[in-house]
Design a protein around this ligand. Structure first.
Ligand SMILES: [Zn+2]
Length: 452
């Protein structure tokens, strides 16, 4: 018997945190930050709805802040257990958590709130953190936890939990974490797993289809070419992890094959630059059919510029157009992209290209939804540039890929819990699972507990 409680990412996309207990042992899967509409929303300051001292271990699916960002707070609140993830996830999470310290400090100062955590808290978390390989199993009490490749970002894992059943045998619960987009050329994709009894699955795009692998590349090529013809700036707000590396990979491939003209490409994000270095370190985790250590040669392409310092970032302004600027944050909720948006959104020659999910309330979503004017650093900025969207670069599966994944386990599944999605996306997936597969499904609410 196991009790499963949903303490985040329940009918929303951030704050992933699930508690699983077998009567004696309590274990958490993910401990993420609630991030919508701000980088850190006020829900993060509320006490945990469980006693952190009573938790034996924490398993982390992947390095995104909405899966890791409340770890320092968990430790401040008395958690003394072990933290487990894959090797790349530990490195990437350390990088991302350290980076978030500065963002949180700025936000806390602006909102006159107490800062959620500081660098020292992140160091304490890293000291408790142990790395594992895919397929490694960790036992905690009578439960066991196994990592499988989720194909979402470097090091991302699904976690299969086995716990003793009420009478005999065991029950298997698969937590998908965030799943990958099968069209991603860098990663190996979602790995095969033993069939679970229960599935706790992400549903970010439970209601939407992406472009296919060829279509997305063609669309990117077209957007770049049109931007060159207009002689404008192409801004791409990108997440530092995965999408940036995939985008750089694709653009450098187009440059090598002379599919697009030479022009300066700026990666204006220290976080993305450091994350790319971790991709190089763990290249053996990547899709070896395409990639070896040398394949990361976009580091050496003369037209790709890495803007580490603020000075480097400012120099981008003086580079003549056409040019491409890839900068974070991915939803324009902060980061260097804001400076470029303030400067370039008002010119019809320029283009902004969205390649990922834009959360409600974020600046990116307002632009995507057609706002005529947006406020950046207190200034009214008219939006007159071209807007383009390519969902195919999302690092999540679309509705069909997600459904296919669930369908592949349909024989054994007793129930599906759709988490990590806006209500419409989660509920649409729930309906589809019930209607087409005849499997019980639900989109749990925050704080809901179920006995499995
Ligand atoms: Zn993620």
């Amino acid at each position: 018997m196991a009790k499963l409680s949903f303490f985040g990412a329940a009918q929303e996309v951030t704050g992933s945190c699930f508690l699983i207990e077998d009567g004696k042992t309590k274990v958490l899967i993910d401990c993420g930050l609630f991030q919508s509409p701000r980088f850190s929303n006020t829900k993060n300051t509320e006490p945990f709805p469980f006693d952190p001292k009573s938790i034996s271990a924490l398993f982390i699916t992947h390095a995104h802040i909405d899966h890791t960002g409340r770890i320092p707070k968990l430790i401040k609140s008395g958690f003394k257990g072990k933290i487990y993830s894959t090797f790349p996830t530990r490195d990437l999470a350390g990088l991302m958590l350290k980076d978030s310290v500065g963002v949180l400090a700025k936000e806390a100062e602006r909102e006159k709130e107490e800062v959620l955590y500081v660098e020292e808290d992140v160091d304490k978390a890293m000291a408790l953190w142990e790395s594992k390989n895919y397929k490694d199993t960790v036992r905690v009490g009578k439960m066991s936890f196994t990592f499988y490749d989720a194909g979402h970002v470097l090091g991302s894992a699904m976690i299969m939990v086995s716990c003793p059943a009420m009478t005999r045998g065991e029950i298997k619960i698969l937590f998908t974490g965030d799943l990958g987009n099968p069209t991603n050329p860098l990663l190996l994709g979602i790995s095969k797993v033993p069939s679970p009894d229960y599935l706790v699955t992400e549903s970010t795009y439970g209601d939407r289809e992406h472009e296919g692998v060829e279509e997305k590349k063609l669309k990117l090529e077209r957007v770049i070419e049109q931007s060159v013809v207009r002689g404008g700036v192409l801004m791409i707000p990108a997440f530092s992890l995965e999408r940036t590396q995939e985008l750089l990979w694709e653009i450098s491939d187009m440059l090598r094959n002379k599919q697009i003209p030479n022009m300066p490409i700026f990666l204006d994000s220290p976080l993305a630059i450091h994350a790319t270095e971790i991709y190089q370190k763990y290249y053996s985790y990547l899709n070896r059919a395409y990639i070896d250590k040398e394949s990361f040669s976009f580091f050496k392409l003369p037209m790709v510029h890495f803007s580490l310092t603020t000075e480097n970032s400012k120099e981008i302004n003086s580079a003549p157009s056409p040019k491409i600027i890839i900068a974070g944050s991915g939803m324009s909720t902060g980061g260097r992209i804001l400076h470029h948006e303030r400067r370039y959104l008002s010119d019809p020659k320029n283009t902004i290209l969205f390649i990922g999910y834009q959360a409600p309330g974020s600046l990116g979503r307002r632009i995507e939804d057609g706002a005529d004017v947006v406020k950046i650093f207190g200034e009214d900025v008219p939006v007159r540039c071209n807007k383009e969207v390519i969902y195919g670069y999302s690092s999540h599966p679309d509705e069909s890929a997600l459904f296919e994944f669930i369908n592949s386990h349909a024989d054994t599944l007793k129930k599906v819990y759709a988490i990590h999605g806006e209500p419409k996306a989660s509920l649409e997936l729930v309906q589809k699972v019930r209607d087409y597969l005849g499997i019980d499904a639900e989109a749990p609410k925050y704080g809901e507990s179920v006995i499995l």
